[in-house]
Design a binder for this molecule. Structure first.
Ligand SMILES: [Zn+2]
Length: 269
């Protein structure tokens, strides 16, 4: 039970994360983090997987089956469940999260920065451009932590997706961006752990060499889950395979809130 930060790195492949993210790999080596291989749900597209990660429900059930289904979530989701139990929620994320959990249509001026306890994402900072720099996104997320101490914070950088859709997954740009992102996380995670946060780093989907995702192959399906908890020794389950449907119930359990029946898969801890 406690506070949780979910880093949802858009289009972070499992193999690229394992190969390039040395700080997170270090935490796994010294048993301060668990590393799981997550089999992503389908379709391996962004908006459907944002909803799947936050509801633990498959796309055909939650209904957000493509990026063009633009409406609020109608399933029990992490933001709703947290607010219902009196917890504080925050996100630094792409504007599709504002559409899923706050308001539709997205107003780029009114909705960009919100501090409103009546919303599901109470402290939201949203961006609309796919090339929005990850360093700015992570600084915003870190600001939300210091300013509001949210119980649940989503940090959602787009840099891997932008690099992958510009250059493909088999490119130095895509691979090196994972290294840069890992350095950014290395500069933040120790403070977050000191503040008592449990930190999860995962992806919504992967990326292929043809500069896209959406299909069924391992390159676009397999994403990592690094689970970092202060004072908890990691188990010897490096590389254990889990379902993406287990992310939402895991976050609920770590937050200490009841897991709804709609989340059919068990938490990983
Ligand atoms: Zn995505």
């Amino acid at each position: 039970m406690g506070k949780v930060i979910l880093v949802l790195s858009d289009a972070l492949r499992y193999d690229t994360a394992v190969a390039g993210m040395g700080y997170l790999g270090h935490l796994v080596e010294v048993k301060k983090a668990n590393l799981y291989k997550v089999i992503g749900e389908l379709p391996s597209m962004s908006r459907p997987m944002y909803e799947t990660v936050h509801t633990g429900v498959v796309a055909s059930e939650h209904g957000v089956v493509s990026n063009y289904v633009v409406r609020r979530s109608n399933k029990p989701n992490i933001f709703q469940l947290a607010v219902d139990t009196g917890k504080i929620t925050a996100a630094a994320a792409y504007y599709w999260f504002s559409e899923l959990y706050n308001r539709v249509p997205y107003d780029p001026i009114d909705d960009r920065e919100v501090d409103d306890e009546s919303l599901l994402i109470q402290h939201g900072r949203f961006y609309t451009q796919d090339d929005y720099p990850d360093i700015e996104l992570f600084s915003t997320a870190a600001m939300l932590v210091r300013k509001f101490s949210p119980d649940y914070l989503l940090a959602h950088p787009m840099g891997m997706d932008f690099a992958g859709e510009s250059h493909g997954s088999d490119s130095s740009e895509y691979r090196n961006h994972a290294i840069h992102q890992d350095v950014m996380l290395a500069n933040l995670i120790p403070e977050w752990l000191n503040r008592g946060y449990q930190v999860l780093v995962t992806g919504d989907h992967g990326m292929n060499a043809d500069k896209l995702h959406g299909g069924t192959t391992p390159d676009v399906r397999e994403v990592p889950l690094f689970l970092i908890r202060p004072e908890v020794l990691a188990q010897e389950d490096r590389g254990k395979v889990i379902s993406q449907l287990q992310i939402a119930p895991t976050v609920c359990k770590l937050l200490g809130i009841p897991i709804p029946q709609t989340m059919a898969m068990p938490p990983v801890v």
